[in-house]
Design a binder for this molecule. Structure first.
Ligand SMILES: O=C(CO)[C@H](O)[C@H](O)COP(=O)(O)O
Length: 236
């Protein structure tokens, strides 16, 4: 293994594969967003193409997931067509010891929360760098907001003790636009003591669509690590 980047890629691949291996034929599968879940979607597609996995229907959490599912041959459906989701696989930006999460690094947390919360089993796939003692330690908390409500929402967040900043595009002038056509405000909180309460408080601000706190939603966390130079996966 030559660089740290290679190690992270290997961990993501291994953990994505481990999650894809848990999918059973006949399942309706929530397809998450991000670079780690991308490997899970790829491996689910490979298992379908090899004939090992049959009768799979995927529900994408973003335009990215939809594009990847089509690329790797994972058939898609919508929430209008199904009455349940068997399993959802998704990444995270932070995971605390209670399996609560910060998500939304890819600005997809609103649709991710809909799909991941509906799943009978929600599997989170991360590399070990995502584990924290307390949410808010390393990552800003994403809040999706209607563009016309941006300023009052930022003021209200500042009154709650957060430091809000509008997420700007990379290789795109101006703000990031979500798949729903909204903005994302990233908020620095000095450690989040009560994620359940903060999740509700933020979602109660008029103009907020959804925030990236996922509380009591996760069933299993698969963690990719490097041990003795080799990528391994452990379960939390
Ligand atoms: O929440 C997300 C997208 O909104 C992603 O799942 C999260 O950002 C993790 O992404 P990655 O696997 O690329 O680190």
């Amino acid at each position: 293994m030559s660089t740290a980047t290679d190690a992270v890629t290997l961990m993501k691949q291994q953990v994505g594969k481990a999650a894809a291996d848990r999918v059973k034929s006949g399942s309706i599968v929530g397809l998450g967003t991000g670079s780690t879940t991308a490997y899970a979607i790829q491996y689910i597609g490979e298992r379908i193409q090899s004939g090992e996995l049959t009768d799979i229907k995927g529900i994408p959490t973003s335009f990215q997931a939809e594009v990847l599912a089509k690329k790797y041959g994972v058939p898609l459906t919508t929430l209008d067509e199904v009455d349940h989701i068997d399993v959802a696989i998704d990444g995270a930006d932070e995971v605390d010891p209670n399996k609560n999460l910060i998500k939304g690094g890819g600005a997809a947390h609103t649709r991710e929360k809909v799909v991941d919360s509906l799943a009978d089993q929600f599997i989170v796939v991360v590399d070990s760098s995502k584990l924290v003692d307390k949410l808010g330690s390393t990552f800003l908390l994403p809040v999706e907001v209607l563009p016309m409500a941006m300023t009052p929402v930022m003021r209200a967040i500042a009154k709650l003790g957060g430091k809000p900043e509008l997420r700007m595009g990379i290789k795109k002038a101006g703000p990031v636009i979500t798949d729903q056509g909204n903005f994302v405000i990233d908020v620095k909180f000095d450690k989040i003591d009560n994620p359940a309460e903060l999740e509700k408080t933020l979602n109660n601000l008029p103009g907020v669509l959804e925030n990236g706190l996922f509380v009591n939603v996760t069933d299993v966390v698969l963690i990719g690590e490097i041990k003795d130079g080799q990528p391994v996966v452990r379960e939390m």
